[in-house]
Structure formats: C-alpha cells, structure tokens
Ligand binder design. Structure first.
Ligand code: 5GP
Ligand code: ZN
Length: 114
C-alpha cells in the first residue's frame, strides 16, 4: 500500500516516535496527542479498519490488543486506567485507513465520547 501513511511509517519511510516494536505490530506516539499517554498501535500488514482485521486475521488482532496491554503497563497507566479505541468509519472520525488502536491514558477520560 504505497500511499498508506501508516504502511510508510511501518516501513521507516516516514519518521515517527516509536515506543515499541514487535514482530507483527508497531507502536508510536500520536502526532497530536489527546492525553498525556497517546500511543497508536498498528499491524505491520495493511488492513483498512477493525472489521477487515477481525474478519481477515483475528490472531493479528489479538497480537495488537496484547501489545496495547503491554504498553499500558510500560506507560504507567495500567493501574489508573486507560482506553483503547478503534475509530472505524466516517461517523467515528477514522482519518487513516490503516487499522490502528489508540491507547489513551494519564488523565480522567470523559464518557460518553463526543
Ligand atoms: P483516527 O482519526 O484515524 O482514529 O486516528 C488517526 C491518528 O493518527 C490521529 O490521532 C492523528 O493525530 C494521527 N496521525 C496522523 N498523521 C500522523 C503522523 O504522520 N504521525 C503520527 N505519529 N500520527 C499521525
Ligand atoms: Zn497501510
């Protein structure tokens, strides 16, 4: 997917502040953080959204969620609480069509979301 921003970050063609790398997933800091901890976790392989990933490679979805859990520990938010968000489609405001989990924490997060 040559025109995909997150494929290009995974390939090292576009710089990002990488937090941790695993064999099938990559975590980097969001360029426009919405909380003291705001990390994006992506699969290295291109899947456009959560539905496609879940239907296409549910074990990779498991790896992604496990990576988020590990990051919650290493970022120090596992005790205080955090949120893992997959914006999916226009009504959710998905702006990059390469599935990504947002790990948000470090402050009290409002509910319901906007
Ligand atoms: P979405 O709106 O699709 O759920 O989330 C996309 C996220 O990617 C946004 O929070 C946005 O700030 C982040 N983002 C967009 N472009 C870049 C970039 O070039 N680098 C990084 N690190 N984050 C980006
Ligand atoms: Zn991609």
């Amino acid at each position: 997917m040559p025109d995909c921003l997150f494929c290009r970050i995974a390939a090292g063609e576009i710089p990002a502040t990488v937090v941790s790398e695993k064999s099938r997933t990559l975590a980097f800091r969001d360029i426009n953080p919405q909380a003291p901890v705001h990390v994006l976790i992506i699969p290295r392989d291109h899947h456009p959204n959560l539905a496609a990933l879940s239907a296409g490679d549910s074990s990779l979805l498991g790896d992604l969620v496990e990576h988020a859990r590990e990051l919650a520990e290493s970022e120090g938010v596992s005790e205080g609480g955090y949120r893992v968000v997959f914006n999916t489609g226009p009504n959710a405001g998905q702006s990059v069509d390469h599935v990504h989990a947002h790990l948000l924490g470090g402050r009290a997060l409002g509910w319901p979301p906007g």
